[in-house]
Ligand binder design. Structure first.
Ligand SMILES: [Zn+2]
Length: 358
């Protein structure tokens, strides 16, 4: 009898998942996060608020510390000027540096997080209360303006991951269809020459190339030229039947290309039903990982919550990163071993970090 059946017998089935933070069976399911080296491949914890728009507070340094998260990406938004639709003055480089400085002069300097410059800076066996690792990143390569020298500048600063594309067709390549309502600008037709040079420089120096938000053509070219595993830091698979209208979702073909580089496709907290895609519950999220394991291999799936990124709605019962305990419980119910759960929760992303940043 599994946990869900057991709860059904007790008439508690609706409580099986996501009903609260307090585990129902503390004796058997005590602290599902224990022993996991959790690495969030995409989040914006404790970010600088540049406009009145208030993003969600689902990922914070306080929660990371409380739960014993090993490390998280801290992504500065690289196309904040574009996204503000004229409210923020440019250039993008200025607004990106403001966001990065806010973290570096704040939580990094005060020791609330440890800046991760090499993968070995990430704790092997973090416990609740330990200082989490901070991997500085840029979501949207717009501030690079296609110039590889800017890559070097950000590397020197401590940035270790760049999501090349966000919500505009920038100097590097093109974005997926999005729902921002903002004009993403003229398309390039895939990865540009400057985009190629940027990828090359990033990999020479030791940075992770993140293909999230990049459209299929841009992604394909990146996977052809890359010499390291690439990461897709946040998203979810697109149902096969919807392949021609995937929008922000990844096609299986795209995900297979990422896996072939040795890379990882990370899935997020977004709760939604769109087309044939249903991800409303922790169980749906876990079942999606089952399908990805079958089609891509367990070593190619990871976690990227997008906490603080303004996810429109979460899977039911998810309020903040501490609720990842419910995902772990759902993965256990879905039959994942501890090693597989650990691979999803951070092990696979660690492997990519190690291969890229050293
Ligand atoms: Zn994003």
């Amino acid at each position: 009898m599994n946990r869900r059946q057991f709860l059904k017998v007790l008439g508690l089935a609706p409580l099986a998942l996501g009903a609260g933070r307090v585990p129902l069976f503390a004796d058997t399911r005590k602290d599902p996060l224990r022993g996991l080296r959790i690495i969030d491949a995409h989040a914006h914890p404790d970010r600088l608020h540049l406009t009145r728009h208030e993003p969600d507070q689902s990922s914070t340094v306080a929660f990371m510390t409380e739960m014993g998260m090993a490390a998280s990406i801290f992504a500065a938004v690289g196309d904040r000027v574009h996204l503000s639709n004229g409210r923020l003055p440019g250039p993008e480089h200025l607004q990106t540096m403001r966001q990065l400085d806010f973290w570096k002069d704040g939580i990094v300097r005060s020791g609330k997080v440890k800046l991760v410059l090499k993968s070995s800076d990430i704790r092997q066996s973090p416990k609740p209360g330990d200082v989490p690792g901070c991997i500085l990143a840029i979501e949207g390569g717009d501030p690079l303006e296609g110039n590889p020298a800017r890559v070097s500048e950000f590397y020197e600063y401590g940035v270790r991951l760049i999501t090349l594309i966000h919500y505009s067709n920038n100097h590097l390549g093109d974005c997926m269809k999005n729902w921002t309502g903002l004009n993403p600008g003229p398309r390039n037709g895939g990865l540009t020459q400057a985009g190629c040079r940027v990828v090359e420089r990033m990999q020479q120096l030791g940075m992770v190339v993140d293909v999230a938000h990049a459209d299929s053509r841009t992604l394909k070219r990146i996977t052809e030229i890359t010499r390291r595993p690439v990461l897709d830091s946040h998203g979810n698979p697109c149902a096969q039947a919807d392949t021609n209208r995937c929008g922000r979702f990844r096609t299986w073909k795209d995900m297979e290309l990422i896996a072939k580089t040795g890379g990882v496709v990370c899935t997020w907290t977004w709760g939604m039903t769109q087309g044939r895609t249903t991800r409303e519950t922790f169980r749906d999220w876990a079942d999606e990982i089952v399908t990805m394991k079958k089609r891509l291999g367990m070593e190619h799936v990871g976690l990227g919550t997008d906490g603080g990124g303004g996810v429109p709605r979460f899977v039911r019962g998810y309020r903040d990163i501490r609720d990842l305990a419910h995902l772990v419980a759902a993965m256990q119910e879905a039959g994942f071993t501890h090693a597989e759960t650990a691979a999803y929760m951070g092990g696979n992303t660690y492997r990519v970090l190690e291969a890229c940043i050293g």
